[in-house]
Design a protein around this ligand. Structure first.
Ligand code: ARG
Length: 563
């Protein structure tokens, strides 16, 4: 990355370079210059008017290779960049980099990310899209920033529902049916259990008994439990593959069973646990929160107990610098309570725990029939998006090779992008037509722009690679320098995504980049007789393609070269 602000700051004499660099800001309207330096602070220090300071600074700087001119306007010093020089500097750096945007910012630091964290034998539904897409994007971005990252799928694999499932399975199903029907077959018998248990309460007693048998390590109970788990994992792993999502750990809630007694003992020793109605709790009334339940009166542990145990385990195992939880905002209170308990226990890493909350994804009314209740399976949404993408391709570009593969990349990409393009805390309503549009702020638009770059290179053929001549005078226009400045921002965009746990900063950036390139593309003749000019323009297009490719990859979206 070229640090333009730093280069400008070093031209300003008499003031600390770092301070000047921090004050410089982008100017939206480029007829007024590229960067502005507000002089109010300096004026105050010297008891002079900002205008006078701005004039002093402006007149002390001679035009040079970096800037065409400096003007003072209303207490600001406005810098006009030398378009050709700046564009050349940026482009020549980007085209020769293999991993543009990567840095060593996070060297030596480990970040744990708890995301997706689905529940065994329950639907992998549209509600998991947010956590899966946001968590996976953060995972990839932190890796690019040089952190050591541990992706954790904290499986929901513990609880009385497994007792219910065993009862239902024994009564109304068998191995073959489940092997064939997978997760949906499990869901069917689970739903049936609740219907039947309404009429016959003894089923609930049987379920409790079976769950107790799982807890006590009974062989046949655990065989079934593991069978349900295998069925679920086998199915969700296919989905994760389609979504380009990976994990380093699949330690779910049941993993912490053996570790919980020690964790509880630790909290007891810190004297923060009290008894309330026979349950062991941490009183949080001083913090305006309900108590955090650790052990129920019947001795059973809770969701929070397992999270508290998992935090201690993760710290001991990974020595994280931060541990993130990408979980819907509905669980705000849960995480506030859990983090508070860690703090009250005097554990110094309480403030490195972060709940990365996000809003709900719902489908537009009537856009998909929901089988049984309100469950919209993520797999159905992906398939539907891929089908639609396929028919759009059939329509627009029937000659395209690998149509099926591209339809998969476009359809799945569109769904992922829909979860990443808005500020994560916002609730979103998903519309197939909108996310698959090739115009507007969508993944297909980004993929299409990427493919457009690739097709330009293909058309240029060998001449592009004959890098003998590069006539950089073609960069001497607003479109070029605007595009180059945007490309130059990419590494900083990734840093901000990491700082604010906000993938939408990257999605919005890529949309801006694609728009800027398409504007450039319309204003310039990419392929021309003059190879020197053509090569220089192609280099700018190459920088765009490199950045789009890297950005889309970090979002988890594929980048076809043809569309
Ligand atoms: N399985 C939970 C659910 O679907 C999410 C788990 C989030 N992670 C955690 N460590 N609590 O609601």
């Amino acid at each position: 990355m070229i640090n333009i602000k730093q280069q400008l700051a070093s031209l300003v004499t008499g003031y600390p370079v770092e301070e000047v660099e921090g004050l410089l800001s982008d100017i939206e309207d480029n007829s007024l210059g590229d960067y502005a330096l507000p002089c109010f602070k300096f004026a105050k220090q010297q008891r002079l008017s900002p205008n006078i300071i701005a004039q002093q600074i402006a007149s002390s700087i001679q035009p040079n290779v970096l800037i065409d001119k400096v003007c003072s306007v209303g207490g600001y010093c406005n810098f006009y960049l030398n378009k050709q020089y700046v564009t050349t500097q940026i482009v020549s750096q980007v085209v020769c980099q293999s991993d543009y945007g990567n840095s060593s910012l996070g060297q030596g630091k480990t970040i744990c990310i708890d995301y997706s964290s689905i529940n065994i034998a329950k639907p992998f539904h549209i509600g998991h899209l947010g956590t899966t897409a946001i968590g996976s994007c953060l995972y990839k971005v932190y890796k690019a920033l040089g952190y050591n990252v541990v992706g954790i799928n904290h499986l929901g694999d513990w609880g009385t529902q497994f007792g219910k499932l065993i009862v239902a399975y024994n009564k109304w199903s068998d191995k073959e049916t489940i092997l064939k029907g997978g997760l949906r077959a499990l869901q069917d018998i689970y739903v049936r259990f609740h219907v039947e248990a309404e009429k016959d309460d003894s089923l609930n007693d049987q379920a409790r008994e079976w769950f107790a048998r799982i807890e006590q390590g009974d062989k046949s109970a655990n065989e079934l439990f593991n069978f349900f788990k295998d069925i679920t994992l086998c199915e969700v792993k296919k989905l994760y593959q389609r979504l380009n999502v990976t994990f380093d750990s699949w330690n779910g809630e049941s993993f912490y069973n053996n570790l919980m007694p020690d964790a509880i003992k630790f909290l007891e020793e810190k004297n923060i646990v009290t008894t309330s109605d026979g349950a062991r709790v941490v009183d949080l009334s001083a913090y305006n929160m309900p108590p955090c339940l650790l052990v129920k009166s019947d001795g059973a542990s809770l969701y929070a107990t397992r999270d508290i145990t998992a935090i201690m385990y993760r710290k001991a195992t990974y020595d994280f610098y931060k541990c993130l939880y990408v979980v819907a905002y509905q669980q705000n209170l849960h995480f506030k309570q859990v983090f508070k308990v860690i703090e009250l226990a005097g554990l110094p890493y309480a403030d490195s725990l972060v709940h990365v909350a996000y809003g709900m994804v719902s489908l537009e009314e009537g856009s998909m029939s929901t089988r049984k209740g309100n469950t919209v399976w993520l797999e159905d949404v992906l398939n539907r998006a891929v089908d639609k993408a396929r028919s759009i391709i059939e329509d627009k570009n029937p000659e395209l090779p690998n149509k099926a593969e591209i339809a998969e990349q476009v359809g799945v990409g569109a769904v992922i992008f829909s979860a990443l393009c808005n500020s994560r805390i916002k609730d979103i309503t998903f519309s197939f037509d909108r996310v698959l549009s090739f115009e507007g702020e969508t993944a297909p638009y980004l993929q299409y722009t990427h493919a457009r770059c690739c097709s330009i290179f293909e058309k240029a053929g060998m001449s592009y690679y004959a890098r003998c001549a590069h006539d950089h005078s073609v960069y001497d226009n607003v479109e070029s320098v605007e595009l180059a400045k945007l490309i130059n921002k990419f590494p900083q965009v990734l840093v901000e995504v990491g700082q604010r746990y906000e993938p939408s900063i990257l999605s919005c950036y890529l949309i801006d980049l694609a728009k800027s390139f398409n504007k450039y593309y319309l204003s310039q003749k990419m392929l021309c007789e003059d190879l020197g000019k053509q090569n220089a323009r192609l280099d700018l297009a190459k920088s765009v393609q490199i950045t789009l490719n890297k950005g889309l990859t970090l979002l988890g979206i594929a980048c076809p070269t043809k569309m």
